[in-house]
Design a protein around this ligand. Structure first.
Ligand code: DHE
Length: 515
């Protein structure tokens, strides 16, 4: 600990260095950890604060964060002290923090007696038409009855959840991942937390295996994947390291490829895709791509829970999969010359087989598939340009670029509707507009707007009759639209409802939503 404080930079404004470290120890360390790795409060590291602007952080230190344990220190500290603390938490901790297997195991907590909780919902509503709504404004989760559009339950979440929550196949348990590494297993039928574990310091997302037996976490810090059983007991960690052992990489994301009984992994800094099978019958891995102690002994690597590498020309870190998961569609960083940055990788042949004709910054992870004119197409928003690219999934050719009012993050549809909904939340001018596209004609047919506010992220009810969107503001709302008339039918106040997830659509892997 002492070394971390000793290396704090001196340029912290009026407050001298010792004062900053002492202030932190006195007022912050009890909740945020002595090394700023987090505790009851979130980690205060540059990596975990990258998305919080400094003035916002200062406001939280001064005024506190409503509906959390974070008190305001405006009355106890001078403006210079507040500012010094606000600056200091954005400086790196040195030496870089470590998070080893023992730390993961020690962090695990479990609610006593959870195995005896009743095996049926303790509330009246269709458990399959339940929505999980992540409210980022005050870090809470609301559970919504998808027939009556009424909140059944609301509870505090870990700080800054990211990525979609993941479900067990029966829809009973949901797993949440937070940016600072916490995984929470929650029993939706009993409305109680089962267990929590901290998988890393800066985590990207989690995946739950199709059989509900495994949970995998992808970390930026440390450069690891962490594999857990369904009760969040650590099974093993994998270091994301190059074949020659020379370099490690941040892990961008992990996805469950249920038909393959495997996790597919995107790496940020290494030009490889990894696949880790959870099939106990998986054949051994014999190929020369494998860097493993067993290869050194001339033995094949275990197929079950072993790493299969697919080498690529450049790292791909945003994925979409063909419906049978034979192909991964990946995007790399945008190319300077504007050439397409998307690739199609055959996961069995283990090589790139096509270039995706999409330039800019396709957000493949938010794409959808549907049938169009007798062929299966995928459609993806673009974070840089206001357009939706529709790609033929057999020829990998562009079918059409559909113009939208501005670049967007999320696109959603449902088997039971001819329409797809897309936001333009990356555009300052059009962030308040959802565009509705006809999947038959590939043309925009309508818009819904929330003037001056951000309107984004759509999810359908189980039957596809209603589309739910977020007014993405701290004093925001969840807006329910009739999916065929596009008329608003209900509005519920919510605090920055970042994302919403329908249990049935997720566990049945609806073609119109993320998995
Ligand atoms: Fe996300 C999902 C990556 C920024 C909200 N985001 C995902 C997934 C990935 C990803 C890989 C799929 C994982 C999963 O669901 O298991 N996101 C990234 C980024 O690389 C990026 C651009 C930069 C970053 O800082 O991480 C990024 N994401 C954002 C945001 O700024 C968003 C809009 C607000 C936020 O709270 O962070 C955001 N990402 C989301 C949401 C999902 C998501 C709501 C789940 C969507 C779904 O419907 O499944």
């Amino acid at each position: 600990m002492a070394s971390a404080w000793a290396q704090a930079p001196a340029s912290l404004g009026a407050a001298p260095q010792r004062t900053v470290t002492q202030l932190y120890q006195q007022h912050c360390a009890a909740c945020h950890g002595e090394q700023r790795l987090g505790g009851m409060g979130p980690a205060l590291l540059p990596e975990s604060l990258a998305r919080l602007k400094k003035p916002e952080a200062l406001a939280v230190i001064r005024d506190g964060r409503p509906a959390t344990q974070m008190a305001g220190f405006g009355a106890q500290l001078s403006e210079a002290e507040l500012k010094a603390l606000g600056e200091w938490i954005y400086t790196p901790v040195s030496p870089a923090p470590r998070w080893a297997d023992a730390d993961i195991r020690t962090s695990r907590v479990e609610t006593a007696g959870w195995k005896d909780w009743p095996a049926k919902p303790q509330w009246r509503a269709d458990p399959m038409n339940l929505f999980i709504v992540v409210e980022g404004g005050d870090h809470h989760v609301s559970l919504l009855d998808g027939d009556k559009f009424e909140v059944i339950h609301r509870f505090p979440s870990r700080f800054a959840l990211h990525g979609g929550p993941k479900f067990t196949p029966d829809g009973r348990y949901v797993f949440f991942g937070s940016r600072d590494g916490w995984i929470t297993k929650f029993d939706l039928w009993n409305l109680k937390t089962v267990a929590e574990v901290r998988a890393g310091i800066n985590m990207r997302n989690i995946a739950v295996s199709g059989d509900g037996q495994w949970v995998m976490a992808a970390n930026y810090l440390p450069h690891t994947l962490a594999l857990f059983d369904a009760d969040l007991n650590l099974v093993k960690t994998y270091e994301a390291r190059t074949q020659d052992g020379a370099r490690t990489s941040r892990v961008s994301a992990v996805y469950d490829a249920e038909p393959r009984k495997s996790f597919v992994i995107a790496l940020k800094d290494i030009a490889e895709i990894w696949e880790i099978s959870y099939d106990r019958q998986a054949p051994p891995i014999y190929d020369g791509f494998v860097h493993d102690y067993k290869m050194a002994e001339g033995l094949p690597k275990d197929g079950f829970l072993g790493v299969r590498r697919t080498p690529l020309a450049e790292p791909l870190d945003d994925f979409f999969f063909s419906p049978n998961y034979a192909y991964a569609l990946g995007a790399s960083r945008p190319h300077d010359d504007g050439s397409p940055s998307g690739q199609v990788v055959n996961l069995d042949a283990r090589r790139k087989i096509a270039t995706l004709p999409i330039a800019g910054m396709p957000h493949l992870g938010s794409g959808i598939t549907f049938d169009h004119g007798g062929r299966r197409v995928m459609a993806s928003p673009n974070l840089k340009d206001g357009r939706i690219s529709v790609i033929d999934m057999q020829t990998w050719q562009l079918v059409k670029d559909i113009e939208t009012p501005g670049p967007g993050f999320f696109m959603r549809s449902h088997e039971a509707t001819p329409y797809a909904w897309v936001d333009s939340m990356m555009s300052p001018k059009a962030k308040d507009t959802l565009t509705i596209l006809d999947k038959r004609t590939l043309a925009p047919v309508a818009q819904v707007r929330e003037p001056g506010k951000t309107l984004a992220h759509i999810e359908f009810t189980k039957d596809g009759r209603y589309a739910l969107a977020s007014v993405w503001e701290n004093d925001g709302a969840l807006v329910v639209y009739d999916a065929s008339t596009f008329k608003e039918v209900k509005r519920l106040p919510m605090k920055k409802p970042v994302g919403k997830y329908n249990v049935f659509n997720k566990i049945t892997r609806s073609e119109g939503t993320s998995h």
